[in-house]
Every structure is written in C-alpha cells, then in structure tokens.
Design a protein around this ligand. Sequence first.
Ligand code: ARG
Length: 564
Amino acid sequence: MKSLIIQTIKKALEKKKIKISDEEIEKHLEAPPSADLGDYAFPCFFLSGIMKQDPKRIALIIRETIGNIPAELEDIQTEGPYVNFFLNRKDLASSVIDTILKQKDAYGKANMGNDKVMIEFSQANTHKAFHVGHIRGTSLGESLARILEFCGNKVIRANYQGDSGMHVAKWIWCYKKYHSREKIKNDESWIASIYVDAVERLAKGEKLQEEVDIVNKSLEGGKNKELVELWKKTRKLSLDAFEKIYKELNTHFDFYFFEKDMEKDATRIVEDLLAKKIAILSDGAAIMDLKKHNLGVWVLLRKDKTVLYSAKDLALAERKFNQYKIDRSIYVVGAEQKLHLHQLFKTLELAGFPQAKKCEYVPVSEVRFPWGKMSSRTGDNVLYSELIKQVADFAKKGIKKRTKKISDKELEGRALKISIAAIKYSMLKQNPNRNIIFKKEEAMNFEGDTGPYLLYSYTRASSILKKSKAKISSKSKNLEQKEIELIKELSKFPEITINAKKALDPSVIANYSYHLAQVFNEFYHSCQVLNSENEAFRVSLVASFEQVLKNSLYLLGIEVLDKM
Ligand code: ARG
C-alpha cells in the first residue's frame, strides 16, 4: 500500500516536472498522529526550496494534480502543509489477513535476487571456552542467515574453527607440563581452565614462551606422533562440545573450515606475496606494511616460518570463493578484530584478489555483565554453560510458580528454551555494533522488551485460538481503533524484513516484534475476542498476529512454545 502512495505522489510531482526518487519520498512519509488525519502523511516542507512555493500551497498543488483517488484508497486530503492519505481500511484489513493466513510461514518473504552468500560465524577456538561473546556471534550469524534466505538468497553457513596456532600450543604445553596426571575430561570448563592456567603461567615466566614456541613449531610440522595424538583427542573434545551448544542454540553449519587446514595454503600465498614484493621480510618475519593505508603492520609469518592467524585468513578467503562460487562473503566477527579484518581486506585488494570487494565485515560488539566481563570459575570470559545454567535455574523457578504439575523432563526442556530465547533476544535486539550489559532478571522479565514477553504473547494468542469455535472471517462491518493499528502493524512485516536485510541487522526485526506484541496486547485488552459479536473477525486477527510473530521470531532464530 505504501508503494502505491509513493507512486501516486511521484506521478503528481513528475507532472509538475519534479523528479524525486521513491526512496526520497519514502523517507518523508509519516504516520499521522491520529487516525482522523489518515494513514500516511506526506509533509511538503522539503519541496518549498525546489518549487519556490509555500508548503501549504504545494500540498494543494499535489492534491489537485493527483486528481481521481485510486481505488485502493478511501480519500486523499490536505491539512496545511501535509497531504494525507486514507486507506480503505476494511479492504486493507481483509487483504492483509487473507495474505497472512494464506502465505503462513512464507508471509514476508521477499525476492531480492538469489545471490549465493556465505556467512561465516561463531568460530570458536578449540582448547578454549565457548563464551558469551560466541553466543552473541552465533545468534547473530544464524539470524542473518535466516533473514537473507527469507529475502531470496542462497545462504551457506560456514564456521571457521581455530584448531591450530599459538593458543593450541599453549594448551598442549601446559597440559603436558603441569596437568598430565589429570585424566582428559569431556568437560568444556575443564578444557577452558587449562588454557587459562597456561596464560597465567606464561605471564609470570618469560622463558616459558620459548617452550611453547617449540611445541607450536612441532605441532605445525606434524611429525611428533605423541603431540599430534594429544592434539587430535583434545580437539575432538572441544568440537563435540561445540556441536552440543549449536544444537541448543538452534543453529547448524553447512561447512566447517579449520585453521589447521589453512596452514599450507597460507605459506604458499605468503611466499607468492614475498616474491611479488607485495609482502616484505622484516627481522626475518614476513609482513605487510600497511602504514600507508593507516592500517599499520600486519605480520603473516613468524621468524621461525610458522604461520599466523593473519596468513591463514588469506588462505581462507581464497578457499571460500574457489570452492563455493559465492557472490558475497560475510564475516561475523568480534569488533575487537576490526583492524585485523581491514588489514585482511586491504591485503586481498593489494594482492589483486578478484573478489576482495565482495568481502564484508559485520562487527560483533562485547557482552558484559553488571560485575564486568570475567567468569567466576575460569577467570576468563563467562562460559556458555555457566550462563545457561544460571538463566535456566531462574526460568525453572518461574515455570514452577506458573505450573503446578510438570515432569522434570518437561521442566528442563521448557526452561532451556525460554532461557535461550531470553539470551538470544537480549543480544539481537541491540545493534551488533553496540556493547551489551546482560542482566538475567531483565532478560527474563515477562513484561519488558524481552524474549519471554514475546513468547508469552504468542502463547496468549494460541490459547485464544484454541478456545474459539468461530468460523473465522477476514471481513468486518466496522473497525475499532486498536484493530486498525494491529492490521497496519501486521502489514509492515514484509517491509521490515527487507530493511533488516539491507542493514544486516536483526535488531530491526527484534524491535518490530516487540512493537507488534505491544500493539497486539493493547488490542487484546480493549477488544474482547471470545464470545464477542465480532468473534469471527477478531479471531482471524489473532491468528494473523500469531503467524507474523512466529515468522519474526523465526528470523531471530527463536523457537515458539505452546506453553510457558
Ligand atoms: N577463531 C577466531 C578467534 O577466536 C575468530 C575467527 C574469525 N574469522 C576469521 N575469518 N578470521 O579469534
């Protein structure tokens, strides 16, 4: 409907020899403060410079030039410097409801071209913790993948796990030297604690790093059987632990890249860059001097020729495009790696990598806690397992209060789902670029801008639908104010998905979901649904709301529940 209005305005202006883009018109369109001023208002102030007229006069000219009112609209009026458009609300209601109930899970899908996009996200490192920052990156990546798919893209979800490099060498070194009598445990937090211990010990003794360097070199060479076996075994423990987490977080990957597999190609690429004098040797290390580009120095190979994280990323970029014939490569990576990503993209460009311009970076900012960043158990960042347990315990108390009879299994399952929804939503409702302070009580609040509030609104709608026996109808003789507001909100969803895709930002969907649920709850409080005269119509509105909320939550990677 909005596009019809935009075109109507555009045509009228063209008749007056004024060319303005759809986007420009859209930017100015407003929602009038009250329904008697129509459904869309077009303010004419910005045209007065171009048309050399008073805005009030311009509004009249536009109205006059439009002439007959298009069939889909009820009226077009001017009010001072505004042109106000009145939708045919009953038609709008039935067309929005019919579309939603017919398209169901597909409502809101767009076809914005079917580019093949690879989204790389999560990228936890083996031998280290899966921490809250990883939850944010994983939730964000999964949501972006869903949004792009919804808009027509073919999406490849890729993970890039750090299973080699200095952090792994530190772990292996520390385990062998100080913990070898401990049994290797299938426990994420034990694995993380060994790494933390290594870091602490290294901070105390300078000489120790030399021992780690030897382990690193040896691991990269792959000839020391004992080390390789230990690496394989512990690597697998980490990777299996991550898989369990991915399942709980409702995400999956189409492809896993591993840092270890990049080492050979990385060395080859750097040698090639050195030969072409794009990279240079400095103190025996291979580096990219990017000072000219304000990006400092990027070290690729150490003096002992072992590869760094940077060089491996060159190999990864190449492999992504060569193996998958993708059109676009998105990196969802922590904001603290901003410089690294820019160094990478610049180096790709300088190396003449043909797809350098098709790489994009979505920075993920930090998650903190009211007491700071640290975890109680490992000293390092708060672990996934730690956070989930805390939030789930909180959720369980709530469920027990609401539900008298529930089996332990059901309680565990429901608490986990509510907790995941709460955590994911609290992270996705914020622009990826902004830091978050996670507060459990806030994220779990049933009455705020939270995942549980949305899930609860969903179950409220479902329970009305279950109770009603009316044969639903999208037609109504008259419409209440709150009904109109809900219908308009529902009609916005397709536009919202497009905006989220363009901005690569799920918070657009999250904020919409919250607003939609609020409008629904207002409707629900002011219009009786069950046993009302207009039950058939109102139930169709409730069903539409249920569907659209489900679709938005789907795009956020949040599963709906039957019961809270
Ligand atoms: N595993 C890396 C880390 O924890 C993140 C990988 C990001 N992706 C990339 N292509 N560099 O620091």
